[in-house]
Design a protein around this ligand. Structure first.
Ligand code: C5P
Length: 229
């Protein structure tokens, strides 16, 4: 059983809001995710604020570039001491291999997680890109590519977790967003699963934002989710 399975999505855009939020959550119960909006707004200061609060950081920048550039960007993330970061599997096996090789000489190696197909993408959009597989098969294909290329896991929706756990096995980290406790608002998430269901299906980590961050007492919301898990 992996401890601290909740990753709180810190979807704020300035340092004051971030400081206020991290003060309200305990490092013993969760980790945190810094995404593109926050990182583009305040840069590595976001990582420093979280680390000063004792929180492990998932740097969710979904890197996708030529192998050399992607590898150097991930190395920079490693040097900031982040716990987890991610890259697009569709960047290809050479890109993933370049990242892994670049990290071999580093004293700290973050968990490397692949993004398969963004959940916002439709089958029609895959077709526009010239991809003939159906969505599920393409997710499976990219997840296998990630596994073979040596990534530590993939981001996947709660609806995909069970299938990927069965096909790839235990030794692969599944990170699931779109999680909603029964008592929380779904917001703009459509195909949601509850925390308990996601874990039962095989997720290792749950990315949860607004049910925690929009709550008057974020730590209470976290405690409630931990007890449900
Ligand atoms: O507030 P909420 O729980 O919906 O936040 C979920 C977080 O996970 C957001 O940062 C969002 O960008 C991210 N995410 C997602 N769905 C995906 C991938 C990432 O909601 N498929």
């Amino acid at each position: 059983m992996t401890e601290r399975r909740i990753i709180v999505a810190l979807d704020v855009s300035n340092a004051n809001d971030l400081r206020r939020l991290v003060k309200q959550i305990k490092d013993s119960d969760c980790r945190v995710k810094i995404g593109k909006e926050l990182f583009t707004s305040i840069g590595p200061l976001a990582i420093e604020i979280c680390h000063d609060a004792g929180l492990d950081v998932f740097l969710d920048l979904k890197f996708h570039d030529i192998p050399n550039t992607c590898a150097k960007a991930v190395r920079a993330a490693a040097r900031w001491g982040v716990w987890m970061t991610n890259l697009h599997c569709s960047g290809g096996a050479d890109m993933v291999a370049a990242v892994r090789e670049m990290l071999e000489g580093e004293s700290h190696r973050p968990l490397l997680i692949g993004v398969t197909v963004l959940t916002s993408m439709s089958l029609g959009e895959l077709r526009q890109l010239g991809i003939e597989r159906d969505l599920e098969s393409h997710v499976d294909y990219l997840a296998k590519l990630a596994h073979v290329a040596g990534l530590d896991g993939v981001v996947c929706s709660g609806k995909e977790t069970h299938r990927l756990r069965q096909s790839i096995g235990e030794d692969f980290c599944l990170v699931t967003p779109g999680v909603r406790p029964k008592w929380a608002n779904n917001n703009d998430q459509v195909r949601v699963v509850t925390p308990a269901r996601a874990i039962a299906n095989g997720s290792d980590y749950l990315v949860i934002g607004r049910p925690i961050t929009a709550s008057e007492y974020p730590q209470d919301a976290i405690a409630r989710i931990v007890s449900e898990i």
